[in-house]
Design a protein around this ligand. Structure first.
Ligand code: OAD
Length: 259
């Protein structure tokens, strides 16, 4: 069973989605649109400001707690064990904080709590605690903060461990091939809280549709995924929020109270 999650699953934890009314990609900043910021190009031009934006978003994630939908996925992993796989586009780390295992959680867009050096074999490191900026008021990092973001081995500034718009998925960092393999072997795909705007989710859902898998799509709004799901014989759209539906889906898939 493969579960694919997007920003919508964390919306009820207080983390803005990207394309919703209050989303990161809608509000932007006074100087830049976030879709211009979330690029390798922008990082090369203004690493300071990029880091300030990611440290701010990281503080929003830290202030949030996992919700009932995250917990339902933890119970599903306990119940389904090796038959469970979670592919998430979320960088907020809430699935892991809720209790899903790293082995069964593919973070296909990275994790905002980590940084990596752009060296050939990048080592992914957890960011130091206490680095938080009041973005966009504070846009500059102090020399001490910049130092804390340097790679210990190579001395250069690290980058956020996330996937940017002008970059490609890969296996070592983002488990791309493993995610696709899982979709090719899956018995069912459950999609929660994603608008279907990025490549990997589209590939996973296409594979599921081509294979005639049961496909469940949870979310309050219409999207390319809800439209596709509705057109399939084995498709089921559950219109509503993640916390309304995920505990019910978990029970339907065998989770017992208290697991
Ligand atoms: P979007 O903001 O594009 O879509 C969020 C989806 O969640 C929408 O379909 C909403 O209807 C739905 N939603 C909102 N509230 C919900 C709730 N309470 N319960 C369930 N669903 C809810 O976010 P993503 O699809 O995750 O990538 O965006 C995918 C990627 O695009 C992100 O990971 C990010 C962005 O560019 C990168 O930064 C690389």
């Amino acid at each position: 069973m493969v579960f694919l999650t997007g920003a919508g699953i964390s919306a009820e934890s207080g983390i803005p989605t990207f394309r919703g009314a209050e989303g990161y990609w809608q509000i932007g900043s006074t100087n830049y649109q976030p879709e211009d910021l979330a690029t390798r190009r922008a990082f090369a031009a203004m690493p300071d400001e990029l880091w300030a934006w990611y440290l701010y978003r990281r503080s929003v994630c830290h202030a949030a707690a996992p919700n009932a939908a995250h917990l339902a996925l933890v119970a599903l992993e306990r119940t389904l064990a090796e038959r469970f796989l979670l592919v998430t586009q979320n960088v907020d780390g809430l699935h892991l904080r809720a209790g899903n295992s790293l082995a069964r959680t593919y973070q296909s867009h990275g994790n905002i709590d980590y940084s990596r050096c752009e060296a050939e074999h990048p080592r992914v490191r957890e960011l130091p605690q206490g680095l938080a900026l009041d973005w966009p008021k504070a846009r500059k990092l102090s020399p001490a903060e910049l130092d804390a973001l340097r790679c210990h081995e190579h001395g250069r500034l690290t980058r956020p461990h996330v996937l940017w718009f002008d970059e490609s998925y890969d296996e070592p960092l983002f488990r791309y091939e493993s995610s696709m393999d899982a979709a090719r072997r899956a018995a069912m795909l459950v999609v929660v809280g994603t608008s279907g705007a990025t490549t990997l989710p589209n590939h996973l859902v296409s594979v599921a549709a081509q294979r005639g898998l049961p496909l469940v799509c949870i979310g309050p709004d219409e999207s390319p995924f809800t439209r596709l799901t509705e057109s399939l014989a084995h498709g089921l759209v559950l219109r509503g929020t993640a916390t309304e539906w995920m505990p019910k889906v978990a029970r339907a898939l065998g989770v017992r109270d208290g697991s």
